[in-house]
Design a protein around this ligand. Structure first.
Ligand code: CTP
Ligand code: MG
Length: 281
């Protein structure tokens, strides 16, 4: 059992939301009721902080877009959230890819523990996508529990419902069957493998880590010149560094808002929440 957790939640909100296509950064997109995606995400962090393990979360860092206008609007959202939660909250500008934004945020997480008045250094970080606004407090708790039990890296995950294939560019010199003569052929692919579905999991956030270990893992990836665009989550860097990554149960409500169809699901979640508990929707 490791010493008491002192976790910072690192929320990455610096993406542009290209696939959603709202014309504004995704974190600023309002959901039904008017609150933005980032506001819902911060409310989720607050609910988790108010829960039975109050005291584990010691601060929040939000990584905002480098564009000054968007950053200013997100900083306003963060300032009101900080007033509500009472947790120290800092914002830092993000980078081109998600991994660049995480790296920018990690230094700010470490700095939070060194500020005057901070009781002790920050030991752990929960890296969380702003684009997942409805993570239940129980998921935060499961991730924190696994860290407290000594895991250096933890991911919440759910079983995969589709059969997943590994594909590669079509190997033949002749055209792929069915595409010949269509005039507008997409780049043809062929299936090269079908992993056993029962062994697959879709991983979500928040992902929990020993802060120093994740900082080292990001730093080695940067030094090795790894393609930041290919680093789609943080636990893969911990795997590469030789750490065991623990898996805890995620939740269907932790889904990521990626495309317009996900906004319909978000509306349904909010409607369901307001029907069951009007004050928390
Ligand atoms: N993110 C970030 N910095 C980036 C890219 C992404 O902080 N340079 C954040 C996003 O704000 C989001 C999370 O990482 O909360 C997951 O990324 P994704 O869902 O891909 O969001 P976007 O990159 O904004 O969307 P898109 O890829 O469609 O542009
Ligand atoms: Mg993206």
């Amino acid at each position: 059992m490791s010493p008491a957790l002192r976790c910072v939640v690192l929320i990455v909100a610096a993406g542009s939301g290209t696939r959603l296509g709202a014309g504004i950064p995704k974190a600023l997109v309002p959901l039904p009721g008017g609150a933005t995606i980032l506001e819902h995400c911060l409310q989720g962090v607050d609910r988790s902080h108010q829960g039975s393990h109050r005291g584990r979360l010691v601060g929040v860092v939000v990584v905002v877009p480098p564009d000054p206008a968007a950053a200013e609007r997100l900083e306003q959202v963060c300032a009101s959230a900080a007033e509500r939660t009472g947790l120290p909250l800092r914002t830092v500008p993000g980078g081109r890819e998600r991994a660049d934004s995480v790296r920018a945020g990690l230094s700010a997480c470490a700095a939070l523990g060194d500020e005057p008045g901070a009781a002790a250094p920050v030991t752990h970080v929960l890296v969380h996508d702003a684009a997942r606004p409805f993570v239940p407090p129980a998921v935060f708790q499961r991730v924190e529990d696994a860290l407290e039990a000594g895991a250096a890296a933890v991911v919440p995950a759910v079983p995969v419902t589709d059969t997943v294939k590994t594909v590669a560019p079509w190997a033949d010199t002749v055209k792929a069957p069915g595409l010949a003569g269509t005039g507008s052929e997409p780049a043809p692919f062929q299936v090269v493998d079908t992993p056993v579905r029962a062994a697959l999991r879709a991983v979500q956030t928040p992902q929990g880590f020993e802060l120093a270990a994740l900082l080292r893992a990001h730093e080695s990836a940067r030094r090795a010149g790894e393609d930041a665009a290919a680093l789609t989550d943080d636990s893969m860097l911990m795997e590469a560094a030789g750490h065991t990554v623990a898996v805890v149960n995620g939740d269907a409500e932790s889904f990521k808002i990626t495309s317009a169809l996900d906004l319909a699901l978000a509306a349904a979640v909010l409607q369901e929440r307001s029907a069951t508990s009007p004050q928390t929707a």
